[in-house]
Write a protein that binds this ligand. Structure first.
Ligand code: SAM
Length: 283
């Protein structure tokens, strides 16, 4: 395992992933009934943006730093930006990862499980949440966690699957894991992040889901430049059982998620070809 998320924290892909995640979790709070949040590939919880890793790549400068410099943020960014404001410091020095965002948004009656396989990252994750009785952290393979922890006793839940994609076999692992997880918990909301590099690879994954995947599956993509198979030019999120907060149509006939991603594409563009995309793989 070579991947360390600290190099990428707060980049355009994190912004896209975390803004959609925050919107989805916020929506679940509309009902009082407790819910379960599972983050299968959690990272450390919080990244110091002044640290060696984040400074080495400077990726956050093209992501969260550009977003915070905009005057009037898109309304769908409210849960994400409120959490960043509460957790990250002013000026932003700490970038909250998905587990920190989930824990910030969840209520006292909700339950959270965070899995991470890198021993150092797990230690930091554990230290960050040591005083939060709602949270359990596990040094454990995220795909094994899906089998062990689903269905949740609450029968309401959201699962984020955000693997490092160190090799191409991750797409196949993700497909198998989703298939199995849905057999256990068909009504859950699942968010699966994937990189857009070589469109033939992510395209094959999406085609497979369109043919064999579950009903009510949507994919959302944010491209910050034209596709180029040698680098990550876009960020994708498959959403199974998307909450209404993402699919709700605005007066222009666009879903809230597409309208948000188009807004982000205009602000986070790095070269010509930036755009947003939404496609129902299965309705
Ligand atoms: N979800 C985090 C966020 O949004 O802030 C970022 C996660 S990062 C993309 C992927 C994480 O998965 C890394 O921290 C890596 O160490 C961890 N990892 C790699 N293989 C894993 C596995 N099989 N099970 C659980 N975690 C794994």
């Amino acid at each position: 395992m070579n991947y360390r998320h600290a190099y990428h924290a707060g980049n355009f892909a994190d912004v896209m992933k975390h803004a959609l995640l925050a919107l989805a979790v916020e929506h679940m709070k509309k009902k009082d009934k407790p819910f379960f949040l599972l983050d299968t590939h959690a990272g450390t919880g919080m990244t110091d943006l002044s640290g060696v890793e984040a400074q080495k790549t400077g990726e956050y400068l093209q992501g969260i730093a550009r977003l915070l410099a905009t005057d009037t943020p898109h309304p769908a960014l409210t849960p994400y930006l409120d959490a960043i404001g509460a957790l990250g410091g002013d000026p932003l020095t700490q970038y909250p990862g998905s587990p920190a965002l989930m824990a910030h948004l969840a209520r006292p009656q909700d339950r959270l499980a965070f899995c991470e396989l890198h021993p150092e990252d797990t230690q930091r994750l554990r230290a960050y949440f040591r005083r939060d009785a709602r949270v359990k952290t596990f040094e454990m393979d995220g795909y094994t966690a899906l089998r062990a922890m689903l269905p949740p006793k609450e029968r309401r839940g959201l699962v984020l699957i955000d693997p490092p994609f160190e090799d191409r076999s991750e797409f196949a692992a993700l497909t198998r894991a989703l298939d199995d997880a849905l057999r256990r918990f068909a009504t859950g909301t699942f968010l699966l992040w994937y990189p857009v590099k070589d469109p033939s690879v992510s395209g094959a994954f999406l085609e497979h889901l369109a043919e064999h995947g579950p009903a009510r599956t949507l994919t959302l993509e944010l491209h910050v430049m034209a596709t180029n198979p040698t680098r990550m030019t876009g960020s994708g999120m498959v959403v199974v059982n998307p909450p209404f907060a993402l699919t709700e149509q605005g007066p222009d006939g666009k879903s809230a998620a597409l309208s948000l991603l188009e807004w982000l594409a205009a602000r986070l563009a790095q070269a010509p070809g930036a755009r947003a995309r939404e496609e129902w793989l299965r309705e």
